[in-house]
Design a protein around this ligand. Structure first.
Ligand SMILES: Cc1ncc(COP(=O)(O)O)c(C=O)c1O
Length: 449
């Protein structure tokens, strides 16, 4: 039987036809939200992403009643899956007791203690509203502690969108004190730090983009602590994505390193807006009210560790304690990688699925066989970030959505403890059929002769 090929044009037509409700909401959103109706750049898609009404476990449903297996998982925050019952119970109970006392409370202490128990570098904890805010606090702390201004960052490492953390080349950004260098070159790192002008080195946990689309070399990451100490610079690992996800101790536990500062977000609350900066007690003296005013940070923030958020954080961190959710998510990721790579091989599509609990899709030449399943088969950043392949992944994303599979841009599959082998089998059926359509339309080439 011959297979009908779903070309991009017919796919868009079918996709819109099956989603009249989402189309209506999209049309209402466009004049409101200037990014073609999207409220986050990761939710942009041509023609539109579906409008979701509710989610549970690993599934979510749109206004038209279409069901999706979710691999966005709250932009990485939901390692427990959607609305884990124990987490929901804790939050509901707190809702009835009060969401904001404008006072100190027990839950924030319990939450910080749980974080410290999992991540020993957290000698001190400062809660804030989101991950990028934690990174901005880290910059301020490092400047006060070192008396220096400059910040060293790495190509493609993502830390938020405000001036000093924004991606390289972002419009409207003024950052004379930020320098961005290529990843994984100890020589370049040392040459910069030897100037003794840098307050802080910032690295993304796991590597650039969602826990390591571009991974760190082990030797590089393990050398940073020594080099930064030698030149009087502080080192931050941004564990906003990786914190409590791949390991209860964060990515730093896997890498066997000890940064001065660590930023947290996402999984730290199990699904509510949160940020925290944690690290060395002496660096955090800037928050001490007895510190002279010229060395002090008066930290404000209406939502810092409010009771509702803290109830969510305590419930989530209690569930992370035994490492079971992380283990289950890693097992599901391994199964997805294995099955997905079989599909790529069978079709002779050059590429690889790789990563720990977030699986990245690489489409491009295989330059060598990586030594583990967490790395792509190339070290070439340009190949990993290829704009042509990003466009193919975007179309793949639309195909997958049409099959009821919601990924982050066809680029990342974010796994959780709620995913099952059956979910992944269904996902892989959709992946295979979507790839076949991309090949048949000539958008993706195979190495078949
Ligand atoms: C590594 C990393 N750091 C920081 C941030 C910013 O966190 P938030 O969106 O909570 O401000 C993100 C967001 O995706 C991230 O992936």
């Amino acid at each position: 039987m011959t297979r009908t090929v779903l070309t991009r044009a017919s796919l868009v037509a079918e996709y819109v036809k099956k989603r009249p409700g989402s189309k209506k909401w999209h049309d209402r959103a466009v004049p409101l939200f200037p990014a073609n109706g999207a409220t986050h750049s990761a939710r942009l898609l041509d023609p539109f992403r579906p409008y979701i009404t509710h989610a549970q476990g690993v599934k979510k449903w749109d206004v038209d009643g279409n069901e999706y297996i979710d691999y966005c998982m709250g932009h990485g925050a939901l390692i427990l899956g959607h609305s884990h019952p124990a987490w929901v119970k804790a939050v509901q109970e707190q809702l009835a007791k009060g969401v904001h006392f404008g006072e100190n409370h027990q839950l924030e202490v319990a939450w910080a203690e749980l974080i410290k128990s999992m991540m020993p570098v957290a000698e001190r904890v400062e809660f804030c509203a989101c991950g990028q805010e934690a990174n901005l606090i880290a910059i301020r702390l490092a400047r006060i502690f070192t008396g220096r201004k400059k910040i060293l960052r790495f190509v493609e490492n993502f830390h938020g969108w405000a001036d000093e953390v924004a991606p390289e080349g972002s419009a409207g950004v003024s950052t004379p004190d930020v320098k961005i260098i290529p990843m994984n070159s100890l020589n370049l790192l040392e040459a910069e730090l030897a100037t003794r002008e840098y307050a802080l080195v910032m690295t993304e946990g796991g590597g650039a983009h969602m826990a390591g689309q571009i991974p760190w070399d082990t030797e590089f990451i393990q050398a940073i602590s020594g080099i930064t100490r030698q030149y009087g610079t502080l080192w931050l690992i941004d564990e906003v994505v990786t914190g409590f996800r791949d390991d209860r101790g964060g990515w730093q536990a896997i890498a066997g390193v000890r940064p001065d500062l660590t930023s947290l977000g996402k999984c730290t609350s199990g699904g509510m807006a949160v940020g925290a900066i944690v690290g060395r007690a002496d660096v955090f003296e800037a928050f001490n009210p007895r510190t002279p005013i010229e060395q002090r940070i008066r930290h404000t923030g209406t939502w810092n560790s409010n009771p509702l958020l803290s109830s969510a954080g305590v419930a989530a961190c209690q569930l992370y304690q035994d490492g079971a959710p992380q283990k289950k998510a890693a097992e599901m990721a391994a199964y997805l990688r294995q099955e997905g790579n079989k599909i790529l091989r069978q079709r002779q599509i050059s590429g690889r699925l790789y990563g720990r609990t977030i699986v990245h899709l690489y489409l491009g030449p295989v330059d060598f066989e990586p030594r583990d399943e967490f790395s792509p088969p190339t070290r070439d950043v340009a190949k990993i970030m290829s704009p042509e392949m990003a466009a193919v992944k975007n179309t793949l994303c639309l195909h997958l959505l049409h099959h009821g599979i919601a990924t982050m841009g066809g680029r990342f599959f974010v796994l959780s403890a709620a995913h099952t082998r059956q979910d992944i089998d269904k996902t892989m059926g959709a992946f295979a059929s979507s790839l076949d359509d991309l090949v048949a339309e000539g958008l993706l080439v195979t190495t078949k002769v």
